[in-house]
Design a protein around this ligand. Structure first.
Ligand code: NAD
Length: 328
């Protein structure tokens, strides 16, 4: 998505590996191998041939969608030729300068994997985790070379969204942090740096503040799900495309903002009131409401095919990313 750096300043490793080829791993593999500046040798490791064929199908779909939206700067065949699939961890990480771990969100599983990686992959190779919520110390604490461990947290769908969070732990070195950001930048992504490993990082803290309030409005019966969603998709979201919340407050004027915020923020600081939306949410899940996956959530999804619904939304998002990209 950006002009590649000159060869002399190319920060990309010759080889990289993605460990775990589920929903996120497949998208991350496309980020690593995509674009004129993509990494030439990217191995994708999964535990079974079955999950490898699922990952291949996902990757085929992602690459085709990116190409259709004009967001792939090389032929799809070139991206595919850069990817290699294996069920062997030692094979996947042999000679790599970067590993991106994207296995199941389970501390013991990640800890076991990082312990193996510590032995298999010599420094200064970077070991990045796509964990959503685990502190680095929880899965890297037993390693010898902890300074080259960092979080690289993608948003779903990883192949479509141009930003990711780069989160350093207490023991991550400046060199690892800088090299990690340089790699994503060279791959056309914008790293959002979080200076400390705090729960929720940057995006989930913002996102959950909004979602918590949405669920509270619903739980209190103050607005319908449809109106809450429309307030965001037709009101807040288009506005946030042009200016984020900090810039937008400036644009709107802080004198007015401070008057509104002084009245409203104490209301939103829920303290014990946080109990209301969480109990409401728990009751839906306890009653078997899993959302799109089983057709029952805040909304009913009669006869919906989850994969088809996600693909449709991914494509709407790609069209939006393309228009922002074209606008510079
Ligand atoms: N789904 C999201 O929206 C999202 C967003 C950002 C980050 N994440 C994070 O990304 C990671 C992966 O999530 P996902 O949604 O892709 O899950 P997923 O269940 O789709 O994929 C995880 C994959 O890891 C494999 N796996 C488990 N243990 C393994 C091991 N030891 N070696 C190799 N493969 C192994 C599983 O078989 C599965 O294919 C998690 O840490 C999650 O928190 C998820």
């Amino acid at each position: 998505m950006k002009t590649p750096p000159s060869p002399s300043s190319n920060p990309l490793p010759e080889r990289a590996a993605v460990i775990g080829a589920g929903l996120m791993g497949a998208g991350i593999a496309v980020v690593l191998a995509g674009g004129v500046n993509g990494i030439e040798n990217v191995s994708v490791m999964s535990r079974s041939e079955q999950s490898i064929s699922r990952a291949r199908a996902r990757i085929d779909g992602y690459v085709a969608d990116l190409a259709r939206h004009g967001l792939l700067s090389v032929e799809p065949a070139i991206v595919h030729s850069r990817l290699r699939f294996t069920t062997s961890l030692p094979d996947a990480v042999s000679g790599v300068g970067l590993v991106v771990e994207s296995v199941t969100e389970d501390a013991a599983t990640k800890r076991d994997l990082f312990t193996q990686l510590d032995d298999l992959v010599p420094p200064p190779a970077i070991l990045a985790s796509n964990t959503s919520a685990l502190p680095i110390a929880e899965f890297a604490g037993g390693m010898t070379h902890r300074d080259r461990v960092i979080i690289a947290h993608f948003l779903q769908p990883a192949h479509a969204l141009p930003v990711l969070e780069v989160v350093r732990g207490a023991e991550t070195s400046d060199a690892t942090d800088a090299a990690m950001c340089a790699i994503w930048t060279a791959l056309g992504r914008r790293p959002l740096r979080m200076r400390r490993d705090e729960p929720g990082f940057l995006i989930n803290r913002l996102q959950h503040a909004l979602v918590r309030e949405a669920v509270r409005l619903l739980a209190d019966g103050l607005a319908t799900a449809e109106d809450i969603d429309a307030a965001v998709t037709h009101g807040l979201a288009p506005r946030f495309v042009t200016a984020g919340p900090i810039r937008q407050r400036d644009v709107n004027g802080l004198a007015m903002h401070v008057k509104v915020a002084s009245r409203l923020w104490p209301e939103l600081d829920m303290g014990d009131g946080a109990r209301v939306p969480i109990e409401f949410l728990k009751a839906i899940v306890a009653a078997g409401g899993l959302g799109l996956e089983n057709g029952r959530g805040f909304y009913d999804w009669p006869d919906a095919d989850p994969a088809a619904v996600r693909r449709k939304l991914d494509n709407e998002l790609l069209a939006l990313v393309k228009s922002q990209h074209d606008a510079g």
